[in-house]
Design a protein around this ligand. Structure first.
Ligand SMILES: [Zn+2]
Length: 324
């Protein structure tokens, strides 16, 4: 294999393919302080996350999940978008994306200004009832949870884990009191797709529809070890579409990639998007810009990283794999 400059490789890929279907994963958010699950070889860094069936069927599992999550949530709530999020928002603004499908549940793409986002695994900023399916904002639930268990705030400063989990082992985990659904009294679950739980079919269909309209696929910060994301690589290959991936470490689709950049995705994307050659290259985009978010003044055709973080805390629009 010939060694090429990663920025050049991605710049060329973007120049050849005007409409990109983007898939992002945990590596996109680690620079924002949100831990990921896997190492460079795609192996688990920590204990396996809670499985859907265990959460649904065991009150003890739910108590442990919510106690740890109560400690992990503030770090997710306070996280800010990084260069990777802003660069992807700029690509969307330039009309170069059909959709951005994320496996992350932190809402950071939206906070960076992206609008054409499919939260494949849901969002952590809401909870949903397992019985009546009503949803509620996570901050309200967090307040109720801490009110019922004041000792949780005293536990503070335990190391954060993926998906708003925290590394806490204490006898109190078994006795934590969990506020129920305010509508029916049922048990609440974060509005994310847990491991072992199916992704809602309408989200998968919307993502496939966007892939069909794209010229190529760009994977950012994902090892693609979870099938819910990997399936889009399979579909892209079946459609004869090129795939580029920017990820530190191996991915499940390495053998199927047209371009593989083993590097920090924030550094690479920021470098490409802020590059003047790229800015000239992406003028007059062919995508439907009417549906793209307007970022920045002027003709908006040039790539421009947006810096208006923290504005899209959309209430009640939750939606991924459960941690703990
Ligand atoms: Zn309910």
């Amino acid at each position: 294999m010939i060694a090429v400059d990663p920025l050049c490789a991605l710049r060329e890929f973007i120049s050849r393919h005007r409409r990109l279907f983007v898939l992002t994963g945990a590596g996109c958010s680690t620079a924002s302080g949100i831990p990921d699950y896997r190492d460079r070889d795609g192996r688990w860094k920590c204990r396996r996350p809670v499985m859907y069936q265990d959460f649904v069927h065991s009150a003890a599992v739910r108590r442990r999940y919510w106690a740890r999550s109560a400690l992990g949530w503030p770090a997710v709530d306070g996280a800010q978008p990084n260069r990777a999020h802003r660069a992807l928002a700029a690509l969307e603004s330039a009309g170069r994306l059909t959709r951005l499908v994320t496996q992350n549940v932190d809402g950071l793409h939206q906070r960076a200004g992206s609008r054409k986002v499919i939260d494949l695994h849901g969002r952590l900023d809401a909870v949903e009832c397992l019985h009546c399916r009503e949803t509620a904002p996570r901050p309200l639930f967090q307040d109720r949870l801490v009110d019922l268990n004041p000792w949780l705030t005293a536990a503070a400063s335990v190391p954060a884990a993926p998906d708003a989990d925290a590394h806490l082992e204490a006898p109190e985990l078994a006795s934590v009191r969990i506020p129920p659904c305010v509508h029916c009294g049922g048990p609440l679950k974060p509005a994310v797709t847990f491991f072992g739980e199916a992704v809602p079919p309408e989200r998968v269909a919307a993502a496939h529809e966007a892939l069909a309209r794209a010229d190529a696929m760009l994977v950012v910060g994902s090892s693609l070890m979870v099938y819910s994301g990997y399936r889009f690589c399979r579909a892209a290959r079946e459609q004869g579409k090129a795939i580029a991936a920017v990820n530190q470490g191996r991915t499940r689709a390495d053998a199927e990639l047209t371009v593989k950049i083993d590097d920090d995705c924030g550094r690479v994307l920021h470098g490409v998007v802020c590059d003047t050659d790229t800015q000239a290259m992406v003028r007059d985009p062919v995508c439907d810009r009417a549906t793209a978010g307007a970022v920045g003044p002027g003709n908006g055709a040039a790539l421009r990283p947006s810096h208006h973080a923290g504005q899209d805390r959309t209430a009640g629009n939750p939606q991924r794999p459960g941690g703990a």
